[in-house]
Each structure stands twice: as structure tokens, then as C-alpha cells.
Design a protein around this ligand. Structure first.
Ligand code: AMP
Length: 136
């Protein structure tokens, strides 16, 4: 038996407010929503993050994100837009190590997910480009 919380939701061992489900993915309301309709989309095959997710499941997650966004858009909630977010790694804020995408509806510019940035750049844009494109 899996100890992963989201696997337990897939197995229906713990309850969740499921709004879409197919063979590969499941989408349910976040228990601690940042905005009304905040939904998590997960693959039914457990992997800890995006990089370790099989391409098939990654593709299906993307398709489900689109389906759920349409469900939200066509609902009475009527969001203005969405922030799509996936935290990878503890330092990036990941708490549940079963890959998931957050769909966070936006209703006003000063509500929901607010992004702040702190720039501490070590390299110039040219140097970064070289590091990414030059062969070792
Ligand atoms: P992250 O920090 O990206 O790993 O996000 C984990 C998310 O899972 C948080 O937004 C939690 O509120 C959410 N969460 C934790 N437990 C549950 C649960 N039982 N049902 C629905 N969402 C949950």
C-alpha cells in the first residue's frame, strides 16, 4: 500500500473533490485554496516531479490542465485568467512529492497567486547563453 497522500486520493482511500478524471490523470480541488477553484492535476502513475514523469503521463497532465481550465472558464466562477504552477524540490516550495500542477484562477490582479522576484544574477545574459549552448 502506498504512503503517498496523492496516491491515496487516486485509490479513493482518502476523499477529494474530484472535478475531472480519466485513465491517466485526476484533477481535484486543493484543500487549502489560494483562490476559488484552485485545482491540482496529477498523473495516476506516481513520480516525484516533472523530470521523473513518463512522457505519456506528462502529455496527459497537459491535456487535463486544458480540460480543467475550460471547466473553470465555463463554470459560474468565471475567472479572468490562470496561473499555472509546479514547484519542483523543497527549496522551490514542493511539499507533496507526487508530481502535480496547480491551476490557480485569477479574479483580480491583487488576489490569488502574487509573484515577487529577487534578482541575484551571477552571470551576464551572454555568459548564460554560452553556458547553455556551448558543447563541453
Ligand atoms: P506543493 O507545495 O506544490 O507540493 O503543493 C501541495 C498542495 O497540496 C498544497 O497546495 C496543499 O494545500 C495541497 N494538499 C495537501 N493535501 C491535500 C489533500 N488531501 N487534498 C487536496 N489538496 C491537498
Amino acid at each position: 500500500m502506498s504512503t503517498c497522500l496523492f496516491c491515496k486520493i487516486i485509490q479513493k482511500e482518502i476523499p477529494a473533490k474530484i472535478i475531472f478524471e480519466n485513465e491517466y490523470t485526476i484533477a481535484f480541488l486543493d484543500i487549502n485554496p489560494i483562490a476559488d477553484g484552485h485545482t491540482l492535476v496529477i498523473p495516476k502513475k506516481c513520480s516525484k516531479d516533472l523530470l521523473s514523469t513518463d512522457d505519456l503521463y506528462l502529455n496527459e497532465v497537459a491535456l487535463t490542465i486544458k480540460k480543467v481550465s475550460n471547466i473553470l472558464n465555463n463554470s459560474a466562477l468565471k475567472p479572468w485568467g490562470f496561473n499555472y504552477l509546479s514547484n519542483q524540490g523543497e527549496m522551490a516550495g514542493q511539499e507533496i512529492f507526487h508530481f502535480h500542477f496547480h491551476i490557480i484562477p485569477k479574479y483580480a490582479s491583487n488576489q490569488g497567486l502574487l509573484l515577487s522576484t529577487k534578482r541575484e544574477l551571477k552571470f551576464s545574459l551572454d555568459d548564460v547563453y554560452k553556458k547553455l549552448t556551448s558543447k563541453k
